[in-house]
Ligand binder design. Structure first.
Ligand code: V55
Ligand code: FE
Length: 490
């Protein structure tokens, strides 16, 4: 039993399998700001066992959570797999039991009907709880201090009836609420969705059920002071595809995109749908509203960004159509037509947009993201990521001036998703740091970098060595130490 020798399991993408506690990471260069007191949590798909089939996509690996704890100028590291139901069942068996990504028809009979979630997409702290998330299943609760799995299928004390919970919930800094949704909420491939409001105490305080125009990957969403925003893009799926053994999702360029806007104080009947010609957008940078006008900012590509979810008509993957640029989608809830106006905000090509989260839902000035700078040399033959892209640059877009600031990480490295870290004591937007993991592809090692958030081109202010390779991850978040203190009080 060996991991396959495919790109999904080789080189920098080789499974890591490392659970660790490292009390003090070595500082290679610069200085760790002594007043930073908090944790950077991130998660990566990291398969425990070789797949049942001959290959599997990166998106299906078991969630491995890392915590970088900053305290008194020291950074420690903890890393543990999430003990999902899938993880425990497979560990007991000593081999994989669950088959292909989001296709239960490929599972071993012994696990029929079990929760298939891998908790591999995001880790979020709200109301003192650490949620490890995968959009096809309920949240998994972990202990934010020890990374012990506390509940492999959390249902908010019985209040969550959806079968799924997004990996991209949003915390509204104004109200302290966590806003979330579930899609395929009444079963695999169903068009049923539910929007949840989770109050500052961590309890579901509102739910709205509705249907989307067609079943698709509802990966992220946006919120503003008065609205929530759901984008429907043609990464479609169906039981027919699963029965035919095709990947769960495929890109159907024949379908339009839709934007659903729900007033936060409204019900399903208050929702309005807008449409535009086909395109692709996955992650949401931010959204805001001016009266009934709603702005929604996303890296947008003309075509499919995911080669592993191929074109439904068999068209070849086209890297140039996968290039995403930050674009503002604007609609007016009082408009007579259903059109979405689209405005390019920056020319940088890339994905993984982040903001200073204290400005989530409000008009933000700054956006950070990974950038694919194709003018830069790449000195390795197999350096590209699973999506075929190489994120070799960290970028900042100033939406007020239109200016950008970038830092190229060199010809043999790439970057994982950044996160914003506020400077202690400051509330000014963008005043703080960007934390990001560097993939050193030639050495097969990793580093943790800290940048001054508004001076990326100056290079890192601190560079820390990591004792083992961090497998490419998805999402993570900075959590102030004080945000974990209420955990004891609740
Ligand atoms: C994404 C990631 C997933 C997934 C669906 O766009 C979408 C990212 C890591 O898993 O299941
Ligand atoms: Fe995501």
């Amino acid at each position: 039993m060996q991991f396959p020798k495919t790109p999904n399991y080789s080189g920098y993408f080789a499974p890591s399998g490392v659970e660790a506690e490292v009390p003090c990471l070595p500082l290679i260069e610069g200085e760790i700001p002594a007043d930073l007191d908090g944790s950077f949590y991130r998660v990566a798909p990291d398969p425990q066992f070789p797949p049942i089939a001959s290959d599997d996509i990166w998106f299906n690996g078991d969630g491995m959570v890392t915590r970088f704890r900053f305290h008194n100028g020291n950074v420690s590291l903890q890393q543990r797999w999430v003990r999902t139901d899938k993880f425990r069942l497979e560990r007991e068996a000593g081999h994989a039991l669950f088959g292909a990504y989001r296709n239960p028809l490929t599972d071993d009979d012994s696990v029929k009907g079990k929760i298939r979630g891998t908790a591999n997409t995001n880790v979020v702290v709200h109301a003192g709880k650490l949620y490890a998330l995968k959009e096809d299943s309920p949240p998994v609760l972990m202990d934010p201090e020890t990374l012990e799995t506390l509940d492999s299928s959390y249902d908010f004390n019985g209040r969550m009836t959806s079968e799924t919970f997004t990996a991209h919930p949003k915390i509204d800094p104004r109200t302290g609420e966590m806003l979330a949704f579930g899609y395929a909420a009444k079963g695999l491939c169903t068009r049923d969705m539910v929007f949840y409001v989770i109050n500052p105490q961590g309890e579901i305080s509102k739910e709205v059920w509705f249907q989307i125009p067609y079943y698709c990957m509802m990966h992220d969403f946006g919120f503003t002071e008065d609205y929530v925003v759901f984008h429907v893009v043609p990464i479609i799926g169906s039981w027919e595809r699963l029965e035919a053994g095709l990947p769960h999702f495929g890109f159907d360029r024949g379908k339009p995109v839709h934007l659903g806007i729900l007033p936060r104080d409204g019900e399903a009947g208050d929702m309005r749908w807008f449409s535009a010609p086909t395109c692709f957008a996955s992650h949401v940078m931010n959204a805001h509203n001016e009266g009934t006008t709603v702005h929604f900012d996303v890296p947008m590509a003309p075509g499919n960004m995911f080669p592993f979810f191929p074109d439904t008509e068999g068209q070849p993957f086209e890297p140039r159509e996968a290039a995403a640029r930050m674009t503002r989608w604007t609609v007016d809830m009082r408009a007579n037509d259903d059109d979405i106006a689209m405005t390019r905000l920056a020319d940088l090509v890339g994905e993984f947009p982040r903001i200073d989260d204290r400005f989530a839902g409000a008009k933000n000035r700054y956006g950070w993201q990974l950038v694919q700078d194709m003018t830069r040399p790449v000195d390795l033959p197999n350096a590209r990521s699973a999506s075929g892209m190489m994120m070799n640059t960290l970028g900042l877009v100033d939406l007020e001036t239109g200016k950008t600031d970038t830092y190229w990480i060199g010809p043999v490295s790439s970057l994982q998703e950044p996160a914003f870290v506020p400077r202690p004591g400051s509330s000014r937007e963008g005043d703080g740091y960007i934390v990001v993991i560097e993939n050193r592809l030639a050495e097969m090692t990793s580093r943790l970098l800290l940048f001054d958030a508004l001076k990326l081109s100056d290079g890192p202010v601190a560079t820390l060595g990591l004792p083992f390779r961090m497998r490419p991850g998805l999402h993570g978040n900075w959590v102030e130490a004080a945000a974990l203190a209420p955990a004891a009080a609740l």
